[in-house]
Write a protein that binds this ligand. Structure first.
Ligand SMILES: C[S@@+](CC[C@H](N)C(=O)[O-])C[C@H]1O[C@@H](n2cnc3c(N)ncnc32)[C@H](O)[C@@H]1O
Length: 269
């Protein structure tokens, strides 16, 4: 299953939906509570997970612009059933180049999920500049933060996740990625600019009912551990076999750490 395939995004969406920080979602809803309508740009929207998660928390009249560089994902996002007060427009853009034009001018909220850990520090700085220039909030959900807890533990867990976290820093199309540091770096930038932030964890909690999700994650982690070359193929294969046996026996659970935040222009700025 590839990193951005529709199948993978469908598999993870229920875990994302349960994980999204309620405190951060409440903060987004509170920010717009007095408004009747709102314009949102969702960066790297995939099949529209953030549209589905956030729309029920926003004022009834909504105008969404969904941006991604994959037209097949955009087509799925565009087919999300929405109330007649919600308009959805899709925009195929490579955000590594076309961030600023994709945002447009008439926007009240920039949203994104599972994107910031893919981007470089320089790209994040472009986003911070674009957000602060418009003086509108940024809702960022589900940035991976490097924490993974396996139950039951295995002696190679730490080495495999160490390799995964190294791989997270490689270029995903935006330059060398921030990976697990992304949310901390973004929060530090906004705070330094005097912006208010609300943050919360949005950890995936994957129990025995999530066997397919666990297996997909472990297969992916084994594959990227191979790519980093920090572990022998034999150690990785042994680790994967033990972990898969535990999921097959219904004995395995996983916590995968993520961070959500809302950054908003502060009244005291
Ligand atoms: C991990 S997925 C997250 C999708 C969605 N936000 C979600 O939470 O389900 C990352 C998304 O970034 C998109 N993406 C990756 N590189 C991109 C680029 N250079 N320009 C625009 N979108 C990009 C992918 O197509 C994919 O939809």
């Amino acid at each position: 299953m590839s990193a951005f395939s529709a199948d993978w995004l469908a598999l993870r969406e229920p875990f994302d939906a349960r994980a999204r920080s309620p405190a951060v979602l409440d903060a987004v809803a509170g920010f717009f509570a007095h408004r009747h309508s709102v314009g949102i740009v969702d960066l790297a929207c995939g099949t529209g997970s953030t549209l589905r998660a956030l729309s029920p928390r926003l004022p009834p009249r909504q105008c969404w612009t969904l941006v991604d560089n994959d037209p097949r994902l955009l087509a799925r996002a565009a087919s999300t059933p929405m109330s007649q007060d919600v308009t959805v427009t899709v925009l195929a853009r490579d955000l590594s180049h076309d961030l600023e034009p994709a945002l447009g001018e008439a926007v009240d909220l920039i949203a994104t999920s599972a994107l910031l850990d893919l981007v470089s520090e320089a790209w994040l700085q472009r986003l911070v500049i674009a957000v602060t220039a418009r003086a509108i909030p940024l809702y960022s959900a589900l940035s991976y933060d490097g924490r993974v807890v396996f139950t039951p533990p295995d002696e190679f867990d730490a080495a495999v996740i160490g390799a995964v976290n190294l791989h997270q820093r490689t270029d995903k199309g935006f330059g060398a990625a921030l990976g697990p540091a992304a949310a901390d770096v973004a929060l530090a930038r906004f705070t330094a600019l005097g912006w208010a932030v609300v943050q919360g964890t949005s950890d995936w909690q994957i129990g025995r009912e999530g066997r397919e999700m666990q297996d997909a994650l472990m297969d992916g982690w084994a594959s990227v551990a191979h790519d980093t070359g920090t572990l022998s193929g034999r150690d990785i294969a042994g680790w994967l076999a033990r972990r898969r046996a535990a999921t097959a026996a219904g004995r395995s659970s996983l916590l995968v750490g993520h961070v959500d935040f809302l950054a908003m222009p502060s009244a005291t700025r």
